[in-house]
Each structure stands twice: as structure tokens, then as C-alpha cells.
Design a protein around this ligand. Sequence first.
Ligand code: AMP
Ligand code: MG
Length: 420
Amino acid sequence: MPENMLPLEDAQAILLSHIEPTPVIEVPVWRAQGLPVARDIVTDIDLSPFANSAMDGYAVRAADLARASADQPVTLTVVGHEAAGHVFAGAVEAGQAVRIMTGAPVPAGADAVVKYEIVTVSGGDGNEGSQVTFTEPARVGDNIREAGLEARAGEVVVHAGEVLTPAGCGLVASAGAATAPVHTAPRIGVISLGTELVAPGDLPDRGQIRDSNSSALMASAVAAGAEPEFFGIAADDADEIEGLIRRAAASCDFVITSGGASAGDYDFVTGLIEREGEVLFDRIAMKPGKAITFGIFAGKPFLGLSGNPAAAVVGFEMLARPAIRKMLGHPVLPRPRQTARIAHDVRKRGPRRFYNRARVERDAATGELTVTEARSQNSALLSTMQAANCLLEIAEDSKGLKAGDEVSCLRLDIDEGTVL
Ligand code: AMP
Ligand code: MG
């Protein structure tokens, strides 16, 4: 392998060693959904704080109903009721019951709840002063949710690094937190480089093309959990490029350019980073995405992706996405892999690792996973990336694949850490 072409894993390791988690802020709990919490969340009270009823019904003393049956029903006197916000202050004595709603505290003296449906109101309206009749025994603890079932005061309910689910947001709220500590969304400065580029809303003249990369890369940034900002298009002019990159570096956590990253006559960006900062690598042994520069500029990590649209997206996926996830406090994990059978032969030449756009599907009849490549691996094409749900990984030393081979697919549509 040519000396300056870095294996992808080495490039990822170098890049990630220069990435730090972003500062922690408090956000409304419901906003933290999908994010790792930055600190342990401790509940200040028992959850729940009191033993409460799991049913609408009657709180009783189980001993009173020990011999209740259809032949020998037991009748109790209702001495109070428990409803939302209304607590029965007394105690349930022998021969007594208290009408109780789901979630209400179990009154003193009672040790079971009998659900409403199997109780007969034999006198009155079912509330205070009524008679209620039971035809079966109750056991101690029936339909009672113990205090502290979820957690005890002072216990950690969500550990630092755990990703909050929607239910987890509810748990944090019940633990007494209106806000949750998370890492700020990394600000990603996106810049497109190329004299030929025009804005998507403009009609290109001959020789011009629309800047599609900034849209694709900003969308990739959002998908990874970052906050992108577009700093514009710079023509292939050293000063113009430097001006935009300096602006982006001043306010962003990470600067990403596309275009001008190869060694063409008009490719200035790597030279700029070398002169004014530090280049840590500028070639990766992968296809697409060989010409990728990573370095530090004005104290900020800088990633210069190739201009070819599919190569830019794959480069982002392999390098920028893990960086963004690390900044957010996620563990660094690859996308889930699946082994599938390739539907056709695949040719491979050269020493690089290939990441071919492909689609993996489950055969409805056999249940087997089959992967089919996009019609073209031309890295100028975005439609093939749009249609792909995976990247078919072909090892550096492979000489190609035969139809029916078992191959490894990286799922682009499934989050890191998902168990397949
Ligand atoms: P470069 O990396 O500048 O050599 O560009 C490689 C190819 O990608 C060329 O065909 C460029 O026109 C194209 N390209 C560069 N930047 C963009 C962009 N922002 N949007 C779409 N295509 C681009
Ligand atoms: Mg160019």
C-alpha cells in the first residue's frame, strides 16, 4: 500500500484523538431524548413516594376477607375515599374499607386493594357510609404498588452516558429534574470549495454545477446530532478559501469543507492547513474517499472532504459522524454490520478498501439477507447513495466477490450500538 495512504481505522483513531466532548448544558428534559446524559441523574425522593393502588377499587384489610366466598360473602363499611388529590387521613379498621382510585396512596391499616369490578355495592353510592360486599379473599399486597418500587431517594435512575429514551425523560422528570445535562450540539461549519459552484437556487451556466455537497453534508451533520452552519462557497482562490475557513473556525467546533482536496492545480486547502495549522493525514486507503485531509486549523479540527458528492458523504460518514457522536458523549462505535449474500459478482482492483453503495434486503421466502450493489459506484452520483441502505465493505486485499459470497454490510440507516 502506498506509504501515505492511511488505513481507515488509523485515520479514525488519529481524528478522534483530537476530538473532545462539547460543554455540558441543561436542556428541558424532553429535549434530551436520544442523547446521552452527561451526569448521573439521582432521584431526590422515593419513586413512588408512597404505596399506591394499581386499580380503582377498595382498600381493605386482607384478614377481613380471609373467608369470603360466593356462599359466605363478607360486607364491609366504607369509611372514606381516596381520589386524585384527596387523601383519606384516617386508618382502615377491622370491618372497614376505603374507596380508592388508581395511583392514590394506600391508607393506613389497609394491606390490599380489591378491584371495583368484583365488589358489589350493597348499600349506598359506594362512598362513605356505603356497604360493599366481597365474594373472594384478598391477599396482602394485592394491587398495591410499593413505595420506592422504581427507586429509593438518592439512587441513580439514569447513569452518565445512557441515552435517554422518551420514557427515560419521564423518569428524569419524576426524579425531580426539569432539565437534563447533555453535551451541546457540536457546531459544524460547512464550506463548499470550487469556482464552478453555484447555489442550488441558481441555474448553472455551462461549466457550472450546483453546490449539492453543502446540503448533503449539513443534513449528515443534523442526522449525527450536530448543528450545522453554512459559511458559503469559496472560489478556488487561496485567500477566499482562507477567509471562509477562518470565519468558520472562529465560531464552530469543527470545520468541514468539500472540494479542492486532491492535488489538482486549484486545490489549495491542504496547503493552507499545512502552512497555517497542522495536517495529520491527507490520504486514506478507501474508495470512495481517498483524498481526505484532516488537521487542526486555528485550534479547531478541520476535515477537508473530496468534492465528489458520494465520496463527500461517505467521508463524512466514516470520519465526521464518529467525531460528532464523540462530542455528544456517545461511545465510539461503528454502524451495525450485517452479513449478507451478494447477489452478483463484484470486481475490485487496487489496494484500497472499498465501500460500495448497496442495498440489503431480506428475502421474504427464504428469510436470507441479500445485498445488491447500486447500478454504478461512480462517486459523482448521489441517486445511488440516496437508494442505498448500506455500504458493502470489500477488504483491501480482496480480488473481488463472487455471487453468493457472504459479505459484510455497514448499515447506514441504523444507529450505532443497535443490536440487530
Ligand atoms: P474536487 O474535489 O474539487 O476536485 O471536485 C471533484 C468533483 O466534485 C468535481 O466534479 C466537482 O465539480 C465536484 N464538486 C466539488 N464540490 C462540489 C459541491 N459542493 N457540490 C457538488 N459537486 C461538487
Ligand atoms: Mg474543485
